[in-house]
Design a protein. Structure first.
Lengths: 347, 344
């Protein structure tokens, strides 16, 4: 996955929101890149800043409330300093977005066809008939039965899975270089989720689209991602190839997340299903982040004197299996390796 | 066997009339949410109930607790027929069988303190009064892992996981024998899900509860359940020990469902063959004739069109599947046109 010019390059992205309780630092220095055809999964609990970080990229945060700094180069152009008119041109052919809830992201009073044609015509000089033909083609591509008939239907006439396909069709209608999927399959059944994931992978292979896949489901990550970025408290606490991060997690938080997951693959030890490991407590409020490691208040390891007071940098740890470095922001990769592995599995 | 059964359903049906609108009084159709379910929940077990959205699993849970009226069949609770129970008997059932709801943000009254919420069942059933009541509330909060000092707080002061604990404390207040957890962990973060799953397991062991754990999350169901029942279009299509159903499913639908569950192991995921089902679940208002899974089944063959398969032993001891691949057993479809047949 090395070398080709990345589709998206994010450097030191920071988002501060004005809230009644004072400034909230929701994203604190996020840097990553997405190559063509590559899938980067962003994982973390609710409130870790996953969604805000991508909304900020596309200028979808309310102005006056959010202050966004850093750089985000989409095919060489900085999204964060772009004038609004240019940004509107970029959303679509540059970057498409699929939101979590298929029930609310379509307009209920417009037909599917109208919503697709609108997006197509906004970014090209296609006439109505051509746009309609292209729309039907797109619906066929995402696996909707009877695409021509579907154009004249309203969102409420479709099931959740079908609606999510329509939304993906809209996001892909202008063959974007980057597709951002924010919990795109979370509201769907596993069988439909499998269909959607297959679909995105196929389209990605056909068009070389770079994908940012935001989710809290580590199972989905294992299936779809090339690279994983674990977010906590608005920071990247661990990143690397999907194999490195899921099979050899280094940060106590990543280990906690994995330990908390009921695992269908290895459920019982001698016929007894062990209790799940848990991460006690809740994520820190973005208005009141701890001075040291963001995970310190909940960390079961705390194996270093600097944990409480000094912020650990995101640095390479140990050997990596792929072309990407495996990095983690923690003072105690060594101790944690002993610490939570045993308590996580045995308890 | 019957002594071991706490809750039992025979030929249970919950049909809703649909399209009854305006001046026309005749229902345009029948939505078969639960359509002929035979189910035994054994005393002290955790029975997991899985299926896709719209398969009728929540309606079944509600029907077993008499929270929605059934339109056919019978329900037995601890040896007593509760199908038509009313008045004092029904109130006693409410004490003995509780519910933990999905959304901890919607299922707690925002204007009542935690203590008021948890104490309500005690008041309704006249179980404790005055100082006893306060002591019982404190005991219940401690039981679910909350500090009794929080009794005076309101729901908005709690996180999702803590609220779900309050919901569980409320459900336990009347010392029930049977608890239905309907998607009780669906709206929680992974780490909080783990806490609630551990709590439910601990409580179940400690209090000898019988649990019906309804969820679409197969990994969680596999983790917590002794037995698993799989539901499709209003019918139980497979049931058996969790280990058997989880690792060697006998019904093609269960196989597809399990193969679609993503596992957090990249290497395993890459080599896994996924059975991708065609299309969507048919509408429960237009259930296919014969086997209801035949429209999506990869193995469909001749008898599937005409014979509605019954549950029959398949696979491990105690495992049953409703599938003709294990021998053609069931009701011919022709007689079942307008609900003419009474289920045996």
């Amino acid at each position: 996955m090395s070398a080709p010019t990345p589709v998206l390059e994010v450097e030191d992205l920071r988002v501060r929101l004005r809230t009644p309780r004072g400034p909230a630092d929701v994203v604190n220095g996020l840097s990553y890149s997405v190559g063509p055809g590559e899938t980067v999964a962003v994982v973390g609990e609710s409130g870790s800043g996953k969604s805000v970080s991508v909304l900020a990229l596309l200028g979808l945060l309310p102005r006056g409330v959010a202050t966004v700094t850093g750089r985000a180069l989409l095919q060489g152009e900085d999204l964060l300093t772009m004038p609004p008119e240019r940004l509107r041109q970029v959303r679509g052919p540059g970057a498409g977005m699929v939101f979590q809830d298929p029930m609310t992201s379509l307009n209920p009073v417009l037909t599917i066809g109208r919503q697709l044609v609108e997006g197509l015509r906004a970014h090209s000089d296609m006439d109505k008939a051509a746009a309609r033909r292209r729309a039907a083609e797109l619906l066929g591509e995402v696996g909707l039965p009877d695409p021509d008939g579907a154009l004249d239907r309203y969102p409420h006439e479709l099931s959740g899975g079908m609606r999510q396909r329509v939304i993906i069709a809209i996001a892909l209608s202008n063959s974007p270089a980057l597709l951002i999927a924010d919990e795109a399959t979370t509201a769907l059944d596993v069988t439909v989720q499998a269909q959607i994931i297959d679909l995105v992978e196929k389209l990605q292979a056909d068009h070389g689209t770079g994908v940012i896949w935001i989710t809290h489901d580590l199972g989905v990550v294992a299936g779809i991602a090339d690279r994983v970025l674990v977010m906590y408290g608005g920071r990247c606490v661990e990143d690397g190839t999907v194999d490195d991060v899921l099979e050899h997690p280094a940060h106590p938080y990543t280990r906690g997340l994995l330990g908390a997951l009921p695992d269908l693959a290895q459920p019982a030890v001698d016929g007894v299903v062990p209790d799940l490991a848990t991460v006690p407590g809740t994520p820190p409020a973005p208005t009141d982040l701890p001075p040291g490691c963001v995970f310190w208040p909940r960390c079961p390891v705390r194996g270093d004197a600097r944990c409480e007071t000094e912020q650990p940098p995101l640095v390479q740890i140990g050997p990596s299996s792929g072309a990407l470095p495996h990095r983690a922001a923690t003072w105690c990769t060594e101790t944690s390796a002993l610490g939570t592995e045993s308590s996580g599995e045995a308890r | 066997m019957s002594d071991d059964v706490l809750v039992s359903a025979r030929g249970l049906e919950v049909h809703f009339p649909i399209g009854r609108g305006g001046l026309r009084r005749k229902p345009a159709g029948l939505l078969r949410a639960v359509d002929g379910v035979d189910l035994d929940v054994l005393r002290g077990e955790t029975l997991g109930l899985v299926g896709e959205s719209g398969c009728g699993k929540s309606t079944l849970g509600n029907a077993l607790l008499r929270l929605v009226p059934s339109t056919g069949g019978s329900i037995t609770f601890d040896g007593t027929d509760i199908t038509g129970l009313e008045g004092r008997g029904l109130k006693e059932l409410r004490r003995r069988a509780g519910m933990v709801f999905q959304d901890p943000f919607a299922s707690l009254d925002p204007r009542r303190t935690v203590a008021q919420t948890v104490a309500e069942p005690l008041e309704v059933h006249g179980l404790r009064k005055g100082r006893d009541k306060a002591a019982r509330v404190a005991e219940l909060l401690e039981l679910v892992g909350l500090d009794p000092a929080v009794a005076g707080r309101y729901p908005h002061e709690f996180s999702g996981g803590q609220r779900q604990r309050v919901g569980i404390a409320r459900a336990l207040a009347g010392e029930p024998d049977f608890l239905v957890c309907d998607e009780a962990i669906a709206s929680l973060d992974v780490s909080v899900q783990a806490q609630v799953l551990n709590l439910l397991r601990r409580l179940q062991r400690r209090l000898g509860l019988t649990l019906l754990f309804i969820s679409h999350d197969l990994s969680a169901v596999r983790h917590i359940s002794d037995r698993i029942a799989v539901m499709y279009l209003g019918r139980i299509v497979e049931i058996g020990p969790a280990s058997a159903v989880g690792s060697d499913p006998q019904m093609p639908y269960t196989q597809a469902l399990l193969s679609a569950v993503p596992l957090p192991h990249p290497a395993l995921e890459r080599q896994r063959e996924r059975i991708v089902l065609r299309g969507d679940v048919p509408s429960p208002a237009a259930v296919p004739s014969g086997c209801r899974f035949r429209t999506r089944c990869p193995y469909v063959f001749e008898p599937c069109d005409d014979v509605d398969p019954a549950l029959q032993p398949a696979g491990a001891p105690g495992q049953q599947a409703a599938c003709h691949l294990h021998g053609v057993v069931g009701t011919p479809a022709t007689a079942d046109a307008e609900g003419l047949t009474a289920h045996p």
